[in-house]
Design a protein around this ligand. Structure first.
Ligand SMILES: NC(=O)c1ccc[n+]([C@@H]2O[C@H](COP(=O)([O-])OP(=O)(O)OC[C@H]3O[C@@H](n4cnc5c(N)ncnc54)[C@H](O)[C@@H]3O)[C@@H](O)[C@H]2O)c1
Length: 406
């Protein structure tokens, strides 16, 4: 089973990722588990890509929660853990080894930690850890990035905004992930006719790329509160003029969804001024990247926000929106909840297992209700815990829910 979005677009054959083989490195790169299927259980292959920094810490916690919630709903997971990013660079000299990509591509869903770190900051661009993310997103063709930003009642005080502004915020940002200025050509750094260096990138969107992400957004809004705000810069950018025209044309197919448009500079301001006005936002790659980080701070911490990246077919990619947080890596300080909630999105959007997803979401709320907090969301009166203990508490809540419902 795989993440699938209803669009009119057909997939092309996947590109081959350039990379060195893992079959011949000096050290054994990964652990592969192949459990025998138990009768009566649904079985899924999950690719785990822990990555760098706090990635392995949060993935190890989220894996246990995923396994437990799944097993309580009759699901069995075959986990395959593979190196990506800096970890892969250290092992075989490329950020996304062929075997890692193949394992991801052949899985039912992918759970990724985070990528990057100081150690590789001065690498040449094609040898930077973050290139693994670009290759994965591009070659898995996961064009739709869903980023929910919800202010949980338990964490209103962790928001940087006033209680009355933050309370009740519940939005979904739908970001286009495989097009726009991050992938557009021409791009580069060259010397112009005056002998001066110039850097340039291209914001590029084809009509079909806009249509397919707009459809995902209309469908998403339809299942929420029926309000869609399309964010662009149509007063300046030609690509945005086309974006607005295509999104507007599609609106007639979704009469139950109220469509509005907003310029990105205004959207950045409105997110801070009155975030409750937003239900679903659809926007391009670069605006979505920036606005979703902004939205994360409204919710209290970047350590709380999960994401799902989905294509027309094939496995979805599920990951927290934060990076590898090298400043706290290896200190058991990371908040694992964004990754745990990404595991819930994996169950819901990747495998269609809503009940198991709900178990995880409820367990996270339960753990917060009990007052457990990592440093990034701590406020006086609560219990400060590390990454591992937070994971253990969520596991206990997953279990106790079962006791209550049996
Ligand atoms: N998807 C990804 O893998 C991804 C995303 C963004 C950045 N990066 C990479 O991560 C590295 C660090 O980037 P950055 O510092 O700009 O962003 P970051 O998200 O790693 O960290 C920003 C700040 O938030 C804190 N933070 C992040 N996640 C947290 C968590 N789960 N719990 C508690 N605190 C948390 C960090 O300690 C840091 O102070 C860079 O190499 C960057 O390229 C990777």
């Amino acid at each position: 089973m795989a993440a699938a979005l209803q669009t009119n677009t057909r997939l092309n054959p996947i590109n081959v990722v350039p990379g060195r083989s893992l079959t011949n490195p000096s050290r054994a790169p990964c652990r592969v588990r192949c459990a025998a299927a138990s009768p009566g259980k649904k079985r899924f292959n999950i690719a785990l890509l822990p990555g760098d920094g706090i990635g392995p810490e949060v993935i190890s916690v989220a894996k246990n929660v995923l396994q437990q919630a799944g097993s309580l709903e009759g699901l069995e997971f075959n986990f395959q853990e593979m190196p990506v990013g800096g970890a892969a660079l250290d092992l075989v000299g490329v950020p996304l080894p062929e075997e890692s990509f193949a394992a991801a591509k052949q899985s039912d869903a992918i759970l990724l930690g985070a990528i990057g770190g100081y150690k590789w900051d001065n690498n040449e661009k094609h040898l930077r850890p973050e290139m693994a993310l670009f290759y994965l997103r591009r070659d898995l063709k996961v064009f739709a990035n869903l980023r929910p930003a919800t202010v949980l009642p338990q964490l209103v005080d962790a928001s940087t905004l006033k209680r009355e502004v933050a309370e009740g915020v519940d939005m979904m940002i739908v970001r286009e992930l495989t097009g726009g200025i991050y992938f557009g050509e021409p791009r580069g750094i060259k010397t112009n006719e005056n002998g001066e260096e110039v850097g340039f990138n291209t914001e590029f969107y084809a009509a079909h790329e806009i249509d397919r992400i707009a459809r995902v957004a209309f469908e998403t809004a339809r299942k929420r509160r029926g309000k869609l705000c399309s964010v662009d810069k149509a007063n300046v950018l030609d690509a945005s003029i086309l974006w607005r025209r295509r999104v507007t044309a599609l609106a007639s197919e979704y009469p139950d969804v109220e469509l509005t448009h907003m310029y990105v500079d205004n959207a950045a301001m409105q997110l801070i001024r009155d975030p409750k006005q937003f239900d679903t936002i659809v926007t391009n790659n670069i605006f979505g990247d920036i606005l979703s980080d902004e939205a994360s701070m409204i919710t209290g911490s970047i350590g709380m926000l999960p994401s799902a990246s989905l294509g027309v077919s094939g496995p979805g990619l599920f990951e927290p929106i934060h990076g590898s947080a090298p400043d706290i890596a290896g200190q058991d300080k990371a908040n694992p909840l964004a990754t745990i909630l990404s595991a819930a999105m994996l169950l819901k959007y990747g495998l269609g297992e809503e009940k198991a997803a709900k178990r995880i979401e409820d367990a996270v709320l339960d753990t917060l209700n009990k007052g457990f907090r990592t440093g990034d969301i701590y406020s006086p009166g609560n219990k400060l815990v590390g990454c591992k203990e937070m994971g253990e508490e969520v596991l206990k809540s997953v279990d106790s829910k079962v006791t209550a419902t049996v």
